[in-house]
Design a protein around this ligand. Structure first.
Ligand code: RFL
Ligand code: PHB
Length: 390
């Protein structure tokens, strides 16, 4: 088998790259460890920056997004029961975010890829990367018990944090930066109307909570929990009780309780691998970096990486220039570090840290007071939340 670009991973990063390249006549094969249904069953992010929406338009997959996505002009921060609205649109000269689930984005990209006739091999086991430090890289994998080899010009490592690509790079050639937070998010998805029209991020005495949504009839809620908490110990009743104790009173009163259709705990981590290129292997999305979900940046960063990487690959094939590929890691990382900073900052502001001293608790309160009383402070939050320019 042979292709121009072998893409490892059919998450949003891999599928978006495949779609942008296919539309330029560049041949790709995607190798995915899981089944398509499994990929679609993972409930993850829900907030898209305008830059990501533009990329999905460019990829020709934004029709349903524009029909069903919810455009949000703002969101609220709540602190010890007080609430401050961040007017995204007013503070950024008209920018907004769109609430549209990651599973919907993935679904739309899968359909578009099928329509283009591009190859995706699901349930590809034991993917291994070969010779990517030279001019003729190869990827081998096992499908239905048979080992197959795929020759290619480039490998795009879009296989998430636990994937094989980053791990395949020789020791010492990539530097890793990491922070692990001492708590996780317990998330519930339920077919009930959202408690508020916009997202509410709350720091309360009992810890962080977030009211989010997927549609007018589907809510997504989170509460901060200790890392050793077990999801089996959280009945729906216990979850909704805890949620209502953490959000402002009027929001709590508007929470509609209903049976969960998904419930899981995700740990929080900040992580960056530098550089994002080794020879003919390029890392993108969660394969190269992780942010805590507090700023809603994970999925959006995967998209901005793909913006830079697709440009570099298109330049290579169309203009025979490797300038974009040479600058890929540097350009992507400049944006990634700023999103890492914002996600870390928002996580620090809004969570209950077991080791925080009373001084640090006062710092959180002062930070909130500053934002709530300063147009400049609020504008900084808004500018980062809608997404920094590509
Ligand atoms: P993905 O989505 O993880 O996709 C990677 C794909 O690669 C496949 N894969 C392999 N394929 C072949 N061979 C191998 N050896 C492979 N190893 C892995 C995987 O099966 C998978 O299909 O990465 P991508 O495309 O970079 O997209 C990134 C986003 O998914 C991610 O940043 C966000 O979802 C992060 N994230 C959240 N972000 C938010 O903004 N808001 C959220 O609420 C939010 N919740 C989450 C999240 C990430 C989570 N993870 C990764 C555990 C909740 C969870 C649970
Ligand atoms: C979500 O709806 O899942 C969501 C929204 C905002 C975040 C994180 C997750 O910051």
């Amino acid at each position: 088998m042979r292709t121009q670009v072998a893409i490892i991973g059919a998450g949003p990063a891999g599928l978006l790259l495949g779609q942008l390249l296919s539309r330029q006549g560049i041949d790709t094969v995607i190798l995915e460890r899981r089944s398509g249904d499994y990929v679609l069953s993972r409930i993850r992010a829900g907030v898209l920056e305008q830059g990501m929406v533009h990329m999905l338009e460019e990829a020709g997959v934004a029709e349903r997004l524009h029909r069903e996505g919810l455009v949000h002009d703002g969101f609220s921060l709540a602190f010890e029961g007080r609430r401050h609205r961040i007017d995204l649109k007013g503070l950024t000269g008209g920018k907004t975010v769109t609430v549209y689930g990651q599973t919907e984005v993935t679904h739309d990209l899968m359909i578009a890829r099928e329509a283009m006739g591009a190859t995706t091999i699901y349930e590809a086991d034991d993917v291994a990367l070969h010779d990517f430090d030279g001019a003729a890289p190869r990827v081998s994998f096992v499908k239905d018990g048979v080992r197959t080899e795929l020759a290619c010009d480039f490998i795009a490592g879009c296989d998430g944090f636990h994937g094989v690509c980053r791990r395949s790079v020789p020791d010492g050639s990539i530097r890793e930066f990491e922070r692990i937070y001492p708590f996780g998010w317990l998330g519930v998805l339920a077919d009930v109307p959202p408690a508020a029209h916009e997202l509410v991020y709350a720091n309360a005495a009992r810890g962080f909570a977030l009211c989010s949504m997927r549609s007018a009839g589907r809510s997504r809620y989170y509460v901060q929990v200790p890392l050793d908490e077990k999801v089996e110990d959280w009945s729906d009743e216990r979850f909704f009780d805890e949620l209502r104790r953490r959000v402002p009173e009027d929001v709590a009163a508007a929470v509609t309780v209903g049976p969960s259709i998904e419930k899981s705990i995700a740990p929080l981590r900040s992580f960056v691998a530098e550089p994002m290129r080794f020879g003919r292997l390029f890392l993108a999305g969660d394969a190269a970096h992780i942010v805590p979900p507090t700023g809603a940046k994970g999925l959006n960063l995967a998209a901005s990486d793909i913006h830079y990487l697709s440009q570099g690959l298109i330049e290579h094939y169309r203009e025979h220039s490797d300038a974009g590929l040479s600058r890929y890691s540097e350009r992507a990382l400049a944006r990634i570090w700023k999103a890492e900073r914002f996600s870390w900052w928002m996580t620090s502001l809004l969570h209950h840290f077991p080791a925080n001293t009373p001084f640090e608790q006062r710092m959180q309160r002062a930070e909130f007071d500053y934002i709530a009383n300063s147009a400049v402070g609020s504008a900084g939050v808004a500018e980062n939340y809608v997404g920094l320019p590509y």
